[in-house]
Write a protein that binds this ligand. Structure first.
Ligand SMILES: Cc1ncc(COP(=O)(O)O)c(C=O)c1O
Ligand SMILES: N[C@@H](CCCC[NH3+])C(=O)O
Length: 446
């Protein structure tokens, strides 16, 4: 048997509200779009626009669906905090027994504050600082995924200086193309991530001899929004081959972190099949006797969130109608960064077809502040509310204050209730952060 995996041991503290396969949390009541039982027009009235809205039951449903697919294989699920780091979202997952995959000290603070036991937190990332490594060791995190020989040496030094043994896995770069957008591809030969697969045996053997390091396994993460699952099969089969090789060399390998990256569908596209995902795990690494975990971000939270925005102005451009909305690329940067397309729903009852497709653009002074062209929104008016779908991952967590715009509120709906889970960051607050500190150094002449 593999060592007991703390990551998968806790039963859900709270039963999922809904069961896999049930309809989504957005529906129309009297024509108006509702989030669970709450009218989005009412939330907009209360908190203003733009705002992010998440569904607690959809977060729980997604976790239940994923664990029912991979749980029977003994595979633990760690949520990739970077996808949605709101403390209240993390708390929903932590209460279900979900582990966390973090990439910074800030994410560690959030995962712990959400109530995740340190024994269910994995620390990934290519550039951890000494301070972050030290904090991870002090906190007793489950595992540090090491991405280079240089990092391994630092982990060993920090562990020795603190008198705490570091439990690590080595992140492997298997040179696999995830078949996704170039900017979210992470395991091709030229990628900055991981250790080239050919270099792993020597480094693993070196790690095994380090007195302050306990090297227990391997990790891999090939990219994000992966639709065709065969790159997973290639990567995990390569990992399995490596496990056999290391074991043949007398090394101990008991843990495998298969990474995140599982894509979601959009609009009419169904997205990858979970049963197939689980089957690939079973077929590639199922017979190794390792404790296995996955670390999805998008799959668990994207569909549980929307970004609601108001139409400010309509204008006619050359060959296109524009709707200038009050959300911008600083609020949702995926379209500008990756040409990502988020389905859009009107909060009002759909009206008759518009003569031209409408390009939704934001107020920011960049041409890339453009969410794309939509043909199916019907006639729009100033003051209409629109919802960008699939915005629960890499939406708020990637937002910025560019153009000195406030960070927008986040709201969590649960049944017939909602609450604000992040306030709008007033621009006065941003100004306060820039009050100058005292000069350090020689006093200026004169
Ligand atoms: C190491 C690691 N694990 C997990 C994830 C989560 O990815 P996704 O949200 O695509 O599941 C990422 C982000 O791509 C990552 O870099
Ligand atoms: N931020 C990306 C995914 C990359 C995740 C981090 N490796 C997105 O919005 O799709």
């Amino acid at each position: 048997m593999p060592e007991a995996l703390a990551l998968s041991s806790a039963p859900p503290a709270i039963a999922p509200l809904s069961t896999p396969g049930q309809p989504r949390w957005l529906s129309r009541q009297d024509g108006v779009l509702h989030a669970e039982g709450v009218s989005l027009a009412d939330i907009a009235q209360s908190v203003g626009t733009p705002f992010y809205c998440y569904s607690a039951s959809e977060l729980r449903r997604g976790y239940a669906e994923l664990t029912s697919a991979v749980g029977p294989l003994g595979v633990a699920v760690c949520f990739a905090v970077k996808a949605n780091s709101n403390l209240n979202v993390l708390t929903e997952f932590a209460r279900l027994g979900c582990g966390m995959d973090i990439v910074s000290g800030g994410e560690m603070d959030r995962a712990l504050a959400a109530g995740t036991p340190a024994s269910r937190i994995i620390f990934s990332g290519v550039g951890k600082t000494r301070d972050e490594i030290g904090r991870a060791l002090e906190a007793g995190l489950h595992q540090i995924n090491v991405e280079s020989a240089a990092e391994l040496d630092v982990v060993a030094e920090v562990a020795q200086s603190l008198g705490r043994r570091a439990t690590v896995a080595l992140r492997v770069n298997p040179d696999v193309d995830a078949g996704t957008h170039a900017k979210i591809t992470t395991a091709r030969k030229d990628s900055k991530f991981g250790i080239a697969i050919g270099d792993v045996p020597a480094l693993y053997a070196r790690a095994a001899k380090m007195p302050w390091v306990e090297c227990l396994g391997l990790a891999v993460h090939i990219g994000s929004q992966v639709q065709n699952l065969s790159p997973f099969r290639h990567a995990w089969a390569a990992l399995a081959g490596l496990v056999r090789q290391l074991r043949a060399e007398g090394l101990t390998v008991t843990r495998l972190d298969l990474g995140g990256g599982l894509g979601i569908g959009s609009g009419a596209e169904p997205g990858p099949d979970l049963a197939e995902y689980a089957r690939i795990i079973a077929e590639t690494v199922g017979d190794l006797g390792c404790a296995v975990n996955v670390e999805p971000g998008r799959w668990l939270s994207a569909r549980a969130g929307i970004l609601v925005t108001e139409v400010l102005y309509l204008k006619q451009g050359d060959g296109a109608g524009f709707a200038v909305v009050d959300a911008a690329m600083n609020d949702l940067m995926r379209p500008a960064l990756y040409d990502a397309r988020h389905p859009v729903l009107t909060v009002h009852a759909p009206r008759g077809a518009a003569p031209l497709p409408c390009r939704l653009v934001g107020p920011i002074c960049e041409s890339s502040d453009d969410f794309g062209s939509y043909a199916d929104l019907g006639e729009l008016k100033s003051g209409d509310l629109l919802a960008f779908d699939n915005a629960g991952a890499y939406g708020a967590s990637m937002s910025s204050t560019y153009n000195s715009r406030a960070l927008v509120p986040e709201v969590l709906v649960d049944g017939d209730r909602f609450r604000v889970i992040r306030q709008r960051t007033g621009t006065d607050r941003l100004l306060q952060l820039e009050q100058p500190g005292p000069w350090t150094g020689a006093p200026s002449a004169g």
